[in-house]
Design a protein around this ligand. Structure first.
Ligand code: ATP
Length: 487
């Protein structure tokens, strides 16, 4: 990452804190590493992103329904899913600084300092070795390239080992002779809550294949390298959808969801050049295809969402471990045989996006330190968040020019008319320019000023955040105008 990119990233983190978007968790105790709290504007923005996703899944697709499963699940869930045995990252420790690195992160950070061709070749080699789980050759790759620890500056590395990322805790108050009896895990992904409810949902909502189940909720991972703000957290939120399909059709549905998900991102008006796909070389043994949607964060192109063709792995595993059939009866006629397709375990296409990571995407894409030329030749400046109006925490700021002459009363009438439909903010304090700047900093798309002329002709001044253009329009047109942009 260049110094300039790093400065922008640090400025975004500082802005997020100063304006009540994101705070370090339990900050008065110096924070907790890789855990964050969302403040007044952050929690609104996060909720709006979640709602936008939820609506796109469960309202705009007739064949997708939602659930809200518990964070705690029966421990066998995680044996069946493979997380107990396999949910680990290859790690390496520097013997001098004692700092632990995820191997892929260490090599990727080094690749960022190389020319593009060399970087691409190094990443390709790393991915091939990761795919083979050849840890000896991976360590050689680190040593041959003389990749150093950023703290000690040495190349004195341990061997590579696997480290499980699940948090464990004890369940219930009854002591058992076998301590393993009481262990439960904090779920490391929301997906398993969907798989174990597959038949409950299919039967009660009378779903026919192909159909999807969507869920948003917290997930927990004991990440080793916990830095980069809310990009990589130990407690975070996911928005996942599992789409169940007839075996043999998974290729076309994978393609469909790969395209559909990118369309969702672009529907927020974000520049398509900031996105790219990364097709996986390293596939889980059960996976048929997988890709990431990557975004150009200030810290470089990074994954924001994964789309995975998972075969019938998860449902088959749950059938095996629970001894309960996870089959679906498909009454549609197979043209090849002229008979119903019959019973089978469906195949699954998964779309999985981190809500916090999407929040960071939206925030970093919106952030601008803008220089504004003035008429006298000097420059003014402002910090503005060009948030999509649909996602902005506050949609409309209502600002009476003065605290007297009946202007607050008029402003309150507009507030009462609008506040039931979208989030408004009312303020009388300070010069109007200062009030505009504060709204720019939290990304409010519209400000309305009520002045003395409003009393005469019922018009107000509306100011648009991005262009800073101002125009007079009748007060009774405001609500419809804002609604047309934010819905
Ligand atoms: P990464 O390679 O970045 O660790 P992953 O491939 O392990 O991510 P998945 O298991 O596919 O991620 O999870 C799906 C999505 O959940 C990711 O695309 C990301 O947006 C989000 N996510 C995963 N881990 C974290 C985390 N520690 N903090 C915040 N978001 C996360």
């Amino acid at each position: 990452m260049s110094t300039q990119q790093d400065n922008i990233f640090q400025a975004i983190i500082a802005h997020a804190k100063e304006y009540g978007f994101v705070f370090p968790s339990s900050e008065i105790y110096d924070g907790l590493s890789a855990v964050y709290d969302y403040g007044p504007y952050g929690s609104e923005l996060k909720k709006n992103i979640r709602d936008y996703w939820w609506k796109s899944m469960t309202q705009l697709h007739e064949n997708i329904v939602g659930i809200d499963a518990a964070i705690f699940m029966h421990p066998t869930t995680w044996k069946a899913s493979g997380h107990v045995d396999n949910f680990s990252d290859p790690m390496i420790d520097n013997k001098d600084s004692k700092k632990r690195y995820r191997v892929d992160h260490l090599i990727e950070a080094y690749a960022d300092t190389l020319e593009k061709d060399k970087a691409d070749a190094l990443i390709a080699e790393m991915e091939a070795l990761l795919a083979k789980e050849d840890f000896v050759a991976l360590k050689d790759l680190i040593v041959i390239n003389n990749i150093k620890c950023s703290i000690s500056g040495t190349c004195n590395w341990t061997d590579i080992r696997q480290f499980n990322l699940m948090f464990k805790t004890e369940f219930g108050a009854v002591a058992s002779d076998n301590p393993d009896d009481n262990i439960v895990y904090l779920r490391p992904e929301t997906a398993q809550g969907i798989f174990v409810n597959f038949l409950n949902v299919q039967k009660t909502a009378r779903m026919k294949i192909p159909f999807g189940i969507a869920q948003t909720g917290k997930a927990f991972r004991n990440e080793i390298v916990a830095r980069q703000f809310i990009f990589r957290m130990r407690e975070f939120e996911q928005m996942e959808m599992q789409f169940f399909v007839r075996p043999g059709t998974e290729g076309e549905w994978y393609k469909f969801w790969k395209e559909e998900r990118l369309k969702w991102h672009l529907s927020l008006g974000i520049d398509a050049n900031k996105y790219r796909y990364h097709d996986h070389v390293k596939l889980a043994h059960y996976a048929k295809e997988a890709c990431d949607i990557e975004f150009e964060f200030p810290i470089g192109f990074k994954e924001v969402e994964g789309i995975h063709s998972r075969s019938d792995f998860d449902l088959s595993q749950h059938q095996l471990y629970s001894k309960k059939k996870q089959q679906y009866f498909d009454a549609d006629i197979d043209p090849a045989t002229g008979k119903p397709y019959g019973n089978y375990i469906p195949y699954v296409i998964e779309t999985s996006i981190g809500l916090d990571r999407m929040f960071l995407l939206i925030l970093s894409n919106a952030y601008e330190e803008e220089v504004i030329p003035k008429e006298d030749g000097t420059n003014d400046s402002r910090t503005v968040l060009h948030l999509p109006a649909k996602l902005a925490p506050v949609k409309l700021a209502i600002l009476p020019l003065t605290k007297k002459d009946g202007l607050p009363e008029l402003a309150r009438t507009l507030m009462d008319e609008c506040k039931n439909s979208f989030k408004c903010f009312y303020e009388e304090k300070d010069a109007i320019g200062k009030r505009y700047r504060r709204q720019d900093a939290i990304g409010t798309p519209f400000c309305v000023t009520i002045d003395h002329q409003t009393k005469e002709d019922n018009t107000v001044t509306i100011r648009y955040r991005d262009s800073m253009k101002q125009e007079r329009i009748p007060m009774d047109k405001i609500k419809a105008l804002v609604l047309s942009e934010v819905m």
